[in-house]
Design a protein around this ligand. Structure first.
Ligand code: B16
Ligand code: MG
Length: 214
């Protein structure tokens, strides 16, 4: 019996990845490093600390320097996030959240981003979300199941009553490790391990989803 939907944020409800890309690229240029859109693909769903490690490509830095770099990148990122509006929700996202509300199903956002609460506020969907688990949670990041298990606990539901919606391979892995079913958004090469694969949420309705998951 499905009682809740746990949504990843970036790549599922909105596309903050472009803002992450611009911010990391600005930092990389300042550091004299190359950073392409292709490089950015590897950061999908990956924590800020791990993203920096990938950007540095083995270049050694002290812990203090790493902290300062992440702070700088986040400052650039937030300049973009502060401009976000409800129009930045991906097609179909608001409709599905509304349908879940009407059907009395619970909803949570489960994101690796420490900025998830601000993004949710800018998107104007706070009212449609019961709980936000973000990258500030004292838990291991995806592909560990921790963030999803924490969401289930906060919603007072067993893991098998929750369905995860994810765009990253690590997120699908985390959902399965948590004992949850997963809907993967994107190409099969990336999210093929999911129980149901869809290109995105455009035109996706709750009734059809529940049937497809049965
Ligand atoms: P922050 P998600 C992830 O969001 C992004 O996909 C990833 O690119 C980013 O590095 C990570 O959040 C951390 O974000 O720097 O804002 O804490 O897909 O888990 O919603
Ligand atoms: Mg994502």
């Amino acid at each position: 019996m499905i009682r809740a939907f746990l949504f990843d944020l970036d790549g599922v409800l909105t596309d903050t990845s472009e803002f992450h890309y611009q911010a990391w690229k600005r930092l990389a240029e300042e550091l004299g490093l190359s950073f392409s859109r292709e490089d950015n693909e590897a950061l999908r769903g990956v924590s800020r600390r791990q993203s920096l490690a990938l950007l540095l490509k083995g270049r050694p830095v002290s812990e203090a320097e790493a902290e300062q770099m992440m702070e700088r990148k986040n400052r650039y990122y937030l300049e973009q996030v502060r401009q976000m509006q409800p129009g930045d929700l991906l097609p179909g996202a608001a409709d599905l959240l509304g349908e879940l509300r009407s059907a009395n199903l619970r909803t949570a956002i489960v994101s690796s981003s420490k900025n998830a609460p601000l993004v949710v506020e800018r998107l104007g969907i706070a009212e449609l979300v019961d709980w936000i688990v973000d990258g500030n949670a004292p838990a291991r990041s995806k592909p560990a199941p921790d963030l999803f298990l924490l969401a289930a606990e906060k919603l007072h539901l067993p893991p098998n009553a929750c369905v995860v919606v994810e765009d990253a391979a690590a997120g699908i892995e985390a959902a399965h490790a948590a004992g949850m079913r997963a809907i993967g958004l994107g190409p099969h090469e990336r999210v093929g391990a999911a129980d149901l694969v869809l290109p995105n949420l455009h035109g996706v309705h709750l009734n059809t989803l529940l049937e497809q998951l049965r």
